[in-house]
Design a protein around this ligand. Sequence first.
Ligand code: NAD
Ligand code: 6OD
Length: 484
Amino acid sequence: MKPFHNFINGAFVATGKTYDNRNPATNAVIGQVHEAGQAEVDAAVAAARAALKGEWGRMSVVARARMLHAVANEIDRRFDDFLAAELADTGKPRALAAHIDIPRGADNFRIFADIVKNVPTESFRMTTPDGGTAVSYAVRSPLGVVGVICPWNLPLLLMTWKVGPALACGNTVIVKPSEETPATATLLGEVMNAVGVPKGVYQVLHGFGPGSAGEFITRHPGVNGITFTGETRTGEAIMAAAAKGVRPVSFELGGKNAGVVFADADFDQAVAGIMRSAFENCGQVCLGTERVYVQRPIFDQFVAALKAKAEALTLGGPDMPGVGLGPLISKEHKAKVLSYYAKAKAEGATVVTGGGEPVMSGEWAGGHFVQPTLWTGLPESSAVIREEIFGPCCHIAPFDTEEQAIALANATDYGLATTIWTQNLGCAHRVAAAIEVGLCWVNSWFLRDLRTAFGGAKASGIGREGGVHSLEFYTELRNVMIKL
Ligand code: NAD
Ligand code: 6OD
């Protein structure tokens, strides 16, 4: 049985207190995870603080960037190991992890290594009250020790999306991967050692949230800031912990994203786009569409087309031929998603397709699969329309006017993302300006340029990461004023 150890001060550390790691596609136990307690958190914080003062803290930005390129190259070299680890932890289709998760794991180091080498700083020249001259300039210092608390849906991608800029800016990090997906964060420890990243710069502590490594990291006074991706309610708990010491947070949280399809959209492209946004990664993408609003003239035709595509999805594990839909992450998450399937029926939804558990056979019989599901006919007040489900399902409702579509899309506490489908450029710009989200895609979804700002409005997050925007959180900006 594979052990998943903590990675502290450059060494893999067992704690003896273990829990099972399971493959969600089969429910088989595939490893034992060593849970970190307060003692391991204290040790990691001490090593991270020491690293800030050692070789890492003294390294030039160019040397640091070179080292992060070496990390990226080593991930590429060990592509198969990372892919196998991610597939075993998540059960997602092989092609998805091979084309998105693992390559982005490497790219997240390259892009931020290049950005920090080239980031401009401001300087001003001024006349002083006595008629003299002064110049000011800004310098950026690392924030310090950064706690990185991660979810399970895109484990390597989302973890490195934060570790990449944090290290590029000269910080040290303590990563807490999700309890569901310990593998790729642990493997990255081997990569860090292989390329010579100094001890204490990258560390991994395994465990849960409350009363475990997650809470202990976020409460530790030696941690200077916390970057977190996960549920909004968890964000609230972390924010309360970070209040002690007034430590900064960067949050990427939940969503209840709307897709808006106008009657003039390219029909086939819109159907394909909404299909992807609702069902990719089995609906376990924070940017995914769980509310679809379709203009009335094409509503029936659109629902029928989506139904046909959803019913054509092949369910199975990573290597099932033609697989389009993998499992949910855990037994508990499956129970949560199925509870919404039951609520939808109880609240009077028309179940267009799905709504239950599929019959799986062979090695997938014990996996956490649910049917891809589409509903119509629910009132906007329904829990299914208000609350994030994070499964392969969405509700489809008609609208008549542009104003109505905007009002429906905005009627949510969340504000992460939207996807708009229209061929009318004016309409696209007007709706994009009026929708209360951090991320808006037009005639596309999850199209990424890592130089752009990423994050959510309303209850979907605090702050923006991506490109130079990441520097706002991962550095302290100091102004130096010199009277000449
Ligand atoms: P989660 O909030 O349950 O857990 C995320 C992490 O927080 C885990 O590592 C967990 O152990 C830790 N944690 C839990 N309670 C904690 C506490 N009190 N203190 C410290 N750490 C704690 O989220 P999840 O179920 O892993 O992921 C799914 C959620 O993540 C969804 O809501 C999804 O929308 C969101 N998400 C958002 C984005 C985004 O970019 N906005 C991206 C991916 C996922
Ligand atoms: O692509 C990214 O950088 C990113 N943060 C994606 C988030 C996906 C959420 O599940």
